[in-house]
Ligand binder design. Sequence first.
Ligand SMILES: [Zn+2]
Length: 403
Amino acid sequence: MEKMVRKGSVVYRLAAWVCVCVLVLGCAGCGGSAQPVPGQESAGRGTQYGGEWGNPAYREVPQPFSTEHGNGEANGLERVETAVLEEDIVAYPVAASGKETNAVSQEQTLQRDAEMEALKAAVTDVEAVEVYTTATVRVRRAPSMEAEVWTLVKPGTVFTKNGESDGWSRVVTEEGTFYIKSEYVREKIPPAEGSHVIAIDAGHQSRANTEKEPVGPGAGETKMKVTGGTKGVATGIYEYELTLAVSEKLRAELENRGYQVYMVRESHDVDISNAERAQMAYDSGAEIFVRIHANGSENSKANGAMTICPTPKNPYVAGLYADSQRLSALVLDSLTASTGCKKERVWETDTMSGINWSKIPVTIVEMGYMTNPEEDRKMADEDYRQLMASGIADGIDAYFGGQ
Ligand SMILES: [Zn+2]
């Protein structure tokens, strides 16, 4: 499809199709439904977003998380949902229930308490640092999987860490001292003078603007300023809602890693065209422009992530090709490694206004297909959203680390 678009005469015939397709299915901000190409790399390890979280919908493929990313791998047991937690609390009731306890269980309780105290004593003090959680994770009263769970916290929850032992981090809060598996906490890096600046555009907005704007600087061809995007077939969530939710997580993740972040939009009720978004990203002083979208297709089986960048012959931003391509490839690799979703491809196309108007390296991230019921449901999940955000952030880290 993208090849045909470049041939003038076909453009108009195609435009009608794109309009319909885009309104019904596609990620319109991206200039149309980005269809997967048969035979393209689809290395995905399938739906690895699996059993650990206890969501029956995702239990078919209970494989471990990717080992490359520290996002859970073997010991996914700390990554739980409430139902599992409740079972756990039942399994380890607090003794103060007022019920009679027989001598044996009392003895067992005392023994376990002693073990827990020994484990706590074995924790080494470290210099206090701020850390944040990278998943929904249990916070326990002692550094052991057997220890009582104090609470369950969301990804991005900040704690002060002051101790470490055997895979556990000791954290202090106003409520006391607790323990979290170290693989689910990460040190928060304060933004430094001169740290990298990232512009994030949460794709679309609550109301489309059907006025037209040129597809690039000086272009005769025009496209709608901004469309409504696609919609989750199973969840009914709109693309503009999903993109902002993930963008907010991405902002938090990047800020926690020491980046400065500029958000093109922070609410749904805005009216900002794709060209304006590109200009805003540039004006913010950002070094790269990351546009967050979700995909749509007529084929409800289509699934997986892709990223989009210009071609080397783009009439407006050919000079941004190399960096945009590299950014797109790194983000796609990291996103698919983090989530375990299928890897489609980096789509090189000159049909996207928001790319053609960009003045800094740019990528569009099509995180998954909202027209695929299973992928739509996954993308509605808080923890999966965090995996998408941290995967995209990993790609950004790689981009800046690799220069
Ligand atoms: Zn979109």
